[in-house]
Design a protein around this ligand. Sequence first.
Ligand SMILES: Cc1cc2nc3c(=O)[nH]c(=O)nc-3n(C[C@H](O)[C@H](O)[C@H](O)COP(=O)(O)OP(=O)(O)OC[C@H]3O[C@@H](n4cnc5c(N)ncnc54)[C@H](O)[C@@H]3O)c2cc1C
Length: 194
Amino acid sequence: MTHVIVVGGGPAGLSAALFTQKNGLETTVFDTDKTWMHKAHLFNYPGIGSQDGTAFLDTLRRQVDSFGVERHQGEKVTDVAATDDGFTVTVGDDEHEADYVVLATGANRDLAESLGCEFDGDLVDVDVTMETSVEGAYATGAMVRAEEWQAVISAGDGAAAALNILSTEKGENYHDFDVPADADRVFGELADEE
Ligand SMILES: Cc1cc2nc3c(=O)[nH]c(=O)nc-3n(C[C@H](O)[C@H](O)[C@H](O)COP(=O)(O)OP(=O)(O)OC[C@H]3O[C@@H](n4cnc5c(N)ncnc54)[C@H](O)[C@@H]3O)c2cc1C
């Protein structure tokens, strides 16, 4: 099964994980929980009237968990290396294999640098799909932006990376579209279980 490893559990990383796991790719997140969201209060995230950043993150974590993302809090990724058919991600003494890596480490760009991603000045150089110069490695959120440090932009970057991975895997442009009947089906099933 295709395995995606996401490094960083802020809006960028969790958004990427939500989209990949929801659409059938096995996804693991490692996060050291230093996200700026713990310092923020959101008045500018569309659809969210006013919410504490930590509360927003709690909801987002529950959302990704509900789809089955394997989320490791407090585990720092110390190295990401390209292999012949993917990536090796080092966490402490453990090595994890991945087909794709999404870097979402906020303003810290060290892993992108050691992986050999090209930079544009201080920023990791990505295209609109968020793919770096290293095939299969994506960089998202604050690490690819000089000024647009906003939660909704990071979340959008994560979603763009995930959809590009999904399009590559499925061999066609992929959209994650749901309709009201999907909600009726899901919540109907949940209601039946109660
Ligand atoms: C005081 C303050 C107020 C703000 N207010 C707002 C606001 O009102 N509205 C708004 O839109 N934005 C606001 N922001 C900005 C917003 O918080 C950021 O834009 C957003 O958090 C960036 O998301 P991100 O996912 O790119 O990075 P982050 O949220 O920074 O997440 C990166 C995550 O990666 C983890 N990480 C890093 N390296 C590793 C590693 N090697 N291994 C594992 N995990 C790692 C970090 O611990 C962190 O949890 C505010 C920021 C601050 C500081």
